[in-house]
Design a protein around this ligand. Structure first.
Ligand SMILES: N[C@@H](CCC(=O)N[C@@H](CS)C(=O)NCC(=O)O)C(=O)O
Length: 196
């Protein structure tokens, strides 16, 4: 969906982030809420040859994989009024043009049992995306992240910032995929430094 189609008739929009958006939204918003979406799991199965990697050595970033038994925690940002067009144009370039993500509307459940779900826009990279790398072991993914760097920075920063967000804002969530990759990447980096 084009940004103008997404905002057609809307005065505000929630945007759900689950990767770099949770720690670096870089767009204007009114307010944000920690919470989750149902029916998806977060996986480091998407390649990135721009922000955190290059064509020779693509980095690994997260996408969402459909799984009815899973939930993914992150942050939803409410964008309203004059912020809408500018924020969506920015995200279209960052996520879709540079990142290969497409957009979808999902139910977002703010943390706290007393809050009803709200519809939120989410950026998802599907398996038919040319940058999609697919499943790999935590060791393979951690090693790839430990050695990748792109125009925005090192892939390790992307991983560690997301792990830091989950520990500080979602301490009740046990994300084995994320934390096992973090442990491997940090071990790999310690070897790389020791070898210097
Ligand atoms: N769409 C996910 C992932 C977003 C993501 O990580 N996108 C990459 C594009 S490949 C990005 O914005 N990277 C910026 C960075 O690495 O600092 C989210 O909601 O956070």
């Amino acid at each position: 969906m084009k940004p103008q189609d997404i905002i057609a008739g809307k005065t505000s929009l929630w945007i759900f982030g689950y990767g770099s958006l949770v720690w670096k939204p870089d767009f204007k918003y009114q307010r944000s809420k920690v919470g989750y979406i149902q029916g998806y799991k977060r996986r480091f199965w998407h390649g990135d040859n721009f922000h955190r990697g290059n064509d020779e050595l693509p980095g690994r970033v997260v996408t969402l994989i459909e799984d009815d038994d899973e939930t993914t925690w992150g942050v939803a940002f409410e964008v309203a009024g004059s912020q809408l067009e500018e924020s969506l144009k920015y995200l279209n370039v960052r996520e879709t043009v540079c990142g290969g993500y497409m957009t979808k509307m999902v139910d977002f459940f703010p943390e706290g049992n007393d809050q009803p779900p709200v519809q939120a826009l989410v950026y998802i990279a599907t398996s038919d995306n040319p940058l999609y790398l697919g499943p790999a072991t935590s060791e393979e993914i951690g090693a790839q992240i430990a050695m990748s760097r792109g125009k925005t920075g090192h892939n390790l920063e992307y991983l560690l910032r997301l792990a830091e967000f989950m520990r500080s804002s979602c301490p009740h969530v046990e994300d084995h995929h994320l934390f096992s990759i973090e442990a491997t990447a940090l071990t790999m980096v310690s070897y790389l430094f020791a070898a210097q």
